[in-house]
Design a protein around this ligand. Structure first.
Ligand code: 7PJ
Length: 280
């Protein structure tokens, strides 16, 4: 059965007719503690548990920051950050775990450790990434980015941002299907803030219904991003209300998964959206 709202991810199947919350779990060394790897694993696992009790339908686990100008992390370092967290969570929570990586080796090990979704800001364009993702039955998020995290915000340029993002996502969707990956394993993401100016981000947010015409559910990540800071004029730790507005707009315009830091508040906001969208 092909159904544009069914999302197969590992042993899970999500019905994305309604909007779901993906909670962000960053596994980065705790700069305020000298407890090392054990401490950062414990912190991430505890945070992830809290997000599940707050209603996260998916947890997105990442070991390398992809913010503009972030320092790249080695393969070994990334593995040693994320794999222990995935192993622990796979044994104790009952929501799909997503691995936020573009490295094929991390994809493979994360899936072996229990990850059910591969969330790739490079849309499986690294050599070997398609094979790594195709191997199991993990769900896949394909995201659009112009440039690389190191350079993407220097001079983003588009003639028609919506059509260019749409064409890119369609091409990647087709390439994956040609590699034998079922469409039901794939969700699409316009990649807010990844090589985009404010006007581009706003145009894409407005045009989510157009991207939905690609036939797959949409994932949106706007939580605490600098585009919101530019609109509201607030620092990154003061963007909750702007982030909630962005999640509500995204869901009203058809996004199925919103990737956020503030799970409890977003779950409540989306309950209101879902009540309206399913009315009558
Ligand atoms: C996104 C992501 C996003 C997807 C990050 C941040 C930057 N994955 N990983 N979509 N953003 N799929 O959270 O500020 O927008 S990291």
């Amino acid at each position: 059965m092909t159904n544009s709202t069914n999302f197969i991810c590992g042993r899970y199947q999500l019905d994305l007719a309604q909007a779901h919350v993906m909670g962000i779990v960053n596994v980065t060394p705790d700069s305020f503690s000298d407890g090392g790897r054990y401490a950062s694993t414990e912190l991430a696992v505890a945070h992830a548990r809290k997000l599940v009790t707050e209603g996260a339908a998916i947890l997105d686990i990442g070991g390398e920051s992809t913010r503009p100008n972030a320092t790249p992390v080695s393969l070994d370092e990334e593995l040693s950050r994320v794999i222990p967290v995935i192993e622990r969570l796979a044994a104790e929570v009952d929501v799909p775990l997503s691995i936020d990586t573009y490295k094929p080796a991390v994809m493979r090990e994360a899936v072996n450790a229990g990850a059910a979704i591969i969330n790739d800001i490079r849309a499986l364009q690294e050599p070997g990434a398609i094979d790594a993702a195709a191997a199991g039955n993990a769900g896949i998020c394909l995201m659009h980015m112009q440039g690389t995290p190191q350079t993407m915000q220097l001079e983003p340029h588009y003639d028609d941002v919506v059509q260019e993002v749409k064409r890119f996502l369609l091409k990647r969707l087709q390439t994956l299907q040609q590699a034998g990956i079922a469409a039901e394993r794939i969700v699409l993401d316009p990649g807010f803030g990844f090589g985009k100016r404010t006007v581009h981000n706003i145009a894409l947010l407005e045009a989510l219904p157009e991207l939905l015409s690609l036939g797959r559910p949409l994932l949106v990540g706007l939580s605490r991003k600098s585009i919101l800071g530019q609109i509201v004029g607030s620092d990154v730790d003061q963007r909750l209300h702007a982030s909630l507005a962005a999640s509500v707009i995204s869901a009203m315009k058809g996004a199925s998964i919103v990737r956020v830091h503030d799970v409890k508040a977003t779950v409540d906001a989306l309950k209101v959206v879902n009540a309206v969208l399913t009315h009558g």
